[in-house]
Design a protein around this ligand. Sequence first.
Ligand SMILES: Nc1ncnc2c1ncn2[C@@H]1O[C@H](COP(=O)(O)OP(=O)(O)O)[C@@H](O)[C@H]1O
Ligand SMILES: *[C@@H]1O[C@H](CO)[C@@H](O)[C@H](O)[C@H]1NC(C)=O
Ligand SMILES: *[C@@H]1O[C@H](CO)[C@@H](O)[C@H](O)[C@H]1NC(C)=O
Ligand SMILES: *[C@@H]1O[C@H](CO)[C@@H](O)[C@H](O)[C@H]1NC(C)=O
Ligand SMILES: *[C@@H]1O[C@H](CO)[C@@H](O)[C@H](O)[C@H]1NC(C)=O
Length: 688
Amino acid sequence: MEHQSTLGFSLQLHILLSLALSLASFTTVTATSEEEGQFVYSGFSGSTDLTLDGTATVTPDGVLKLTNGTVHLKGHAFYPTPWQFSKSPNGVVQSFSIIFVFGMVPVYSDQCTDGMTFFISPTKDFSGAQTSQYLGLLNITNDGKSSNHIFAVELDSSQNTEFKDIDDNHVGININSLTSTEARPAGFYDDKNNGVFNSLSLVSRKEMQVWVDYDGDTTQINVTLAPLKVAKPLMPLVSTTKNLSTVLQDQSYVGFSASTGPIDSLYCVLGWSLGINRPAPDIDITKLPKLPRIGPKPQSKVLEIVLPIATAIFIFLVGTTIILLVRRRMRYAELHEDWEDEYGPHRFSYKDLFHATQGFHDANLLGRGGFGKVYKGVLPVSKLEVAVKRVSHESKQGIKEFIAEIVSIGRIRHRNIVQLLGYCRRKGELLLVYDYMSNGSLDKYLYLQEEEEHKPTLDWARRFEIIKGVASGLFYLHERWEKVVIHRDIKASNVLLDSEMNGRLGDFGLSRLYDHGTDPQTTRVVGTMGYFAPELARTGKATPLTDVYAFGIFILEVTCGRRPIIDSNQAEEVGSDILIDWVVEHWSKGSLADTLDMRLQGSNCNLDEVCLALKLGLLCAHPFGNVRPSMRQVMQYLDGEMLLPELMPTNVSYSMMAVMQNDGFSQYTSLTDTVSSNGVTSSLSTGR
Ligand SMILES: Nc1ncnc2c1ncn2[C@@H]1O[C@H](COP(=O)(O)OP(=O)(O)O)[C@@H](O)[C@H]1O
Ligand SMILES: *[C@@H]1O[C@H](CO)[C@@H](O)[C@H](O)[C@H]1NC(C)=O
Ligand SMILES: *[C@@H]1O[C@H](CO)[C@@H](O)[C@H](O)[C@H]1NC(C)=O
Ligand SMILES: *[C@@H]1O[C@H](CO)[C@@H](O)[C@H](O)[C@H]1NC(C)=O
Ligand SMILES: *[C@@H]1O[C@H](CO)[C@@H](O)[C@H](O)[C@H]1NC(C)=O
């Protein structure tokens, strides 16, 4: 028999191929004999025994294509020999079951017409069957006739009202007719999810499996559908009872039909098995060929996975970049207004300053002043060493005038003035860029910290040079430059020492920011305690003479090595807590030279210079402005070009300051008169 030889060949082939290593896909046909009542095709490659007609073909990789995509055509495939469905002699149809795997592939669209069937029929001749809605199964004349002896399961992808189709995506049980006995929309009851119904789309280009079961005793017919990888659901999709003994003939063929309507469609079968009086053998789904990929290509699995991930990564990257850019912008954000354009060369970019100071790192902190922190930096391109002062400044008011002043001050070049290089403005913040002074501020040398005891202090000659230098710088500001510049904050900590230990005035003008910035209520007299000229405390008006006063205190400070005001417990030792009072005291006792810095006493220093400095300091710090010399005169005194006026300590009560400050202006004027009439030289060039 043909089938036995097929089996034999197949078995031999199987062994051979297994030995010859895994060309297993060729062993798809393991069909068995009719005596055993079963067959199974897991793919159709190599099975030339199927009877095909119409458009039906088997592709080289084993797909049974019932249609070829062209419209209004039909195709059939049959198991070549008929099967004995009824048990002789009484002719009762026995139980049987069929399993097949199919797939529908729309060619140019998302739809297929019309559909396909699995059927059992007494004949292989379907030449009279019509295409389209007749599914290649019947025609207009024989539809519904019991003489057809046809049982069919339709997989219908279009709706035809003439056959009472429920929709365009249903599974039906058909007896001799295209009008289904029973039909259900495609889907399955999911055992893994409490039997919840899941819809399926027949034309989804996905392989699906169908189980057709007939029970000869109960005459129940079950049709069950599921996606390929889902095991047979317990609950059938369509179920009916029909005594097939009254329908089928003893000998019947099994096969598939399909027909196209107006839309190009492929109807394919990938695997098939049958069992009569026994369960149909399982189809080995791992051996099934792939459905043809035609038409609008669905995205490959790789793309399906990679694309979303790639998109997500892309969006993430774009997002991060934007955030980084925004943060960068915020980080380096500056305030810039039109009026600043003319100051271009004096304007530094915040980014440069940020990098110059290594992000304003604490390691670069030079010091902390009354207005803000000062950082050391190295400018990126020029490699110039700078000191960057960060001043917090909220008010917009007065900033324009201030910047104008800063820029004009920036044009001052003097060997005793720390050059202001430029500025940068940010929200709530102002940055001033100065020349870097490698030896730091003078106060550090005057008042040694505990741990710096070993550090040699400045000798007198150096101190005198510094006093002269600062005097010359201040003289330049007051009288030599194109405008009168009042420093407002002269003190040892604002005198910086360059690499050659020259004293240089730094930090000037800054106080003005607070002077005409902010609102009147918060206006405060700027400067530093102990350096305020008495009239400044009252009038709040800075003049060159208030600078001279502070300079006088500065001279005393440098000479005596003492702060202008010291706290009371220290004062116990030295006698007075106000430096100037203490010096006056010694002066009146005739021991002026004793006030010289302890560390210099006994050293080889010019006592004439020391006394000149002390007396000049007292004169400059005279409570009455009109007694104080101008900086020009100070220069002359220091250079010995002019003799210091003879000032009697008893004549001038420096302690009267307190009285004046308490009692106010009236007394001040009267005292001024007294002093003048006492013949104290006061050749006044009362500040311009
Ligand atoms: N141009 C500079 N070069 C080097 N160090 C500086 C410079 N400017 C300021 N400093 C340091 O920063 C400290 C604080 O400066 P500053 O704010 O001017 O002090 P203050 O407000 O007390 O006058 C100073 O004591 C000094 O050590
Ligand atoms: C489909 O088959 C028909 C007849 O069998 C043929 O005329 C037609 O060209 C085929 N179409 C394709 C796309 O192969
Ligand atoms: C319908 O099909 C039958 C059986 O194949 C055939 O004899 C008959 O001629 C067909 N009728 C038409 C109109 O095609
Ligand atoms: C049909 O399905 C029902 C419900 O699962 C089941 O009880 C019955 O045995 C099935 N009949 C056949 C012929 O498989
Ligand atoms: C089915 O029909 C056959 C023949 O008409 C009959 O012998 C048989 O008893 C019927 N089976 C059932 C379950 O009704």
